[in-house]
Unconditional design. Structure first.
Length: 218
C-alpha cells in the first residue's frame, strides 16, 4: 500500500488483511507496552539514588496508564489489543520463522468506551520487504499516533468529537515527512546540480534517501 493511501485511511475502519489477535483487549498497561509496538509507551524513567550511583527504573506502560487515568475522569475507558496480519501470524503458523514473508502488517487496536457507546480504532503498522537469511530487514511505517502520546490522546478524543484534534496528522510519520521534504527540494535542482552532487557522493535521489548516510543531509 502506498504512503498516500495510508494517509487517507480512517482509523475507525478495519483495513483489509488484518485482524485482532485472539488474546483480545487488555487494560494491563505494562503488558500492553511490553507486547505491542507503541514507542511512546516504552520510555525509560531514570531515578538518582546516590551521588555515586544511578539506577534506571523501567516503568513500562506508565504513559498508557496516565492517559487512561486522565480519560477515565471524562468517563472514557480505553483498552488495547494486538493487530496481526491475517496471512502471516504466529497464531495460525506457530512454527514459522518469519523469513521472506513480504509486507507483513501489524499494529495496535484501541477500544474506546464512552457514554454507552463503543468503537475500535485501528492503528496499523505497515512494512515493506521482509526478513531474510542474509540479514535483510523490512522497512516499517509506524504511524505518528503510536509515536507521540499527545497525538494519541488527541486522536482518541477527536474520535469522540472532543477537543480540536491532533496538531499533526496522526497517520503520518516524521521519517516519511522528511523524505517528502527532501524529494520536494531535490526536484527543484537542475540536472547539472544533481550530477555534481552525485559525483561528490552527497544528496542521493529521493528513492535512496535515508537508506544510507550521505554527506551532510539537508
Amino acid at each position: 500500500m502506498s504512503w498516500e493511501s495510508i494517509l487517507k485511511m480512517d482509523f475507525t475502519k478495519k483495513p483489509q488483511g488484518v485482524r485482532i489477535s485472539e488474546e483480545g483487549f487488555s487494560n494491563d498497561y505494562k503488558k500492553v507496552a511490553n507486547m505491542l509496538t507503541i514507542p511512546f509507551a516504552s520510555k525509560s524513567h531514570r531515578a538518582d539514588t546516590t551521588p555515586y550511583e544511578r539506577t534506571y527504573r523501567y516503568k513500562v506502560g506508565k504513559e498508557l496508564e496516565d492517559i487512561a487515568q486522565a480519560m477515565s475522569r471524562l468517563g472514557i475507558k480505553i483498552s488495547f489489543a494486538e493487530i496481526i496480519d491475517e496471512k502471516y501470524n504466529l497464531e495460525d503458523n506457530p512454527d514459522s520463522d518469519g523469513l521472506y514473508e513480504e509486507d507483513v502488517k501489524g499494529g495496535v487496536a484501541t477500544k474506546v468506551k464512552y457514554k454507552g457507546n463503543e468503537k475500535i480504532l485501528y492503528f496499523v503498522i505497515y512494512s515493506e520487504g521482509s526478513y531474510t537469511e542474509t540479514g535483510g530487514k523490512p522497512r516499517f511505517r509506524i504511524p505518528r499516533v503510536l509515536e507521540d502520546e499527545e497525538i494519541f490522546t488527541d486522536t482518541v478524543l477527536e474520535s469522540l468529537n472532543i477537543g480540536l484534534g491532533p496538531s499533526k496528522d496522526p497517520r503520518g510519520n516524521d521519517a516519511e515527512d522528511d523524505i517528502e521534504e527532501y524529494a520536494n527540494w531535490y526536484n527543484t535542482l537542475s540536472r547539472r546540480e544533481k550530477e555534481e552532487m552525485a559525483d561528490e557522493g552527497e544528496y542521493p535521489p529521493p528513492s535512496m534517501y535515508g537508506r544510507e548516510k550521505y554527506g551532510r543531509g539537508i
